[in-house]
Design a protein around this ligand. Structure first.
Ligand SMILES: [Zn+2]
Length: 123
């Protein structure tokens, strides 16, 4: 069995990749531009991940989350305060098939923007 996310090989009784949390497949799809996974969303906020996943899921877009494990081992209670010292290493990245990337980006745009849109300042 193979992981479609990181392409690691597992024994037959293993059903999902512990790193990517995706179901393993019997055969990897051929590598090529059409099957590339591209990162469409990156966040250090672990609470966003279920939202992102359900959005993609409801749109029928398969996704792979990388780095979620690193986030989930952190003490969640202190996460908000400590976010600035984490750096890129602790961000989770959501990847989707390149063919669906644009669609997924549209879907996640409200989340990806994160901050509320800048309002015109009153003079
Ligand atoms: Zn994997």
């Amino acid at each position: 069995m193979y992981c479609p996310g990181c392409r690691a090989e597992y024994r037959e009784e293993i059903e999902s990749c512990p790193d990517c949390e995706v179901l393993l497949v019997a055969e990897l799809p051929p590598e090529g531009p059409d099957t590339d996974l591209v990162p469409i969303f990156e966040t250090a906020d672990v609470s966003l991940l279920p939202i992102v996943k359900s959005l993609l899921d409801s749109a029928g877009i398969p996704c792979v989350v990388q780095g979620e494990e690193a986030l989930s081992v952190l003490p969640v209670g202190r996460w908000g305060a400590g976010i600035s010292q984490s750096g890129r290493g602790l961000a989770a990245t959501i990847r989707v098939d390149k063919a669906r990337a644009r669609e997924a980006e549209e879907l996640l745009r409200p989340l990806a923007e994160g901050e509320p849109p800048a309002e015109p300042e009153e003079a």
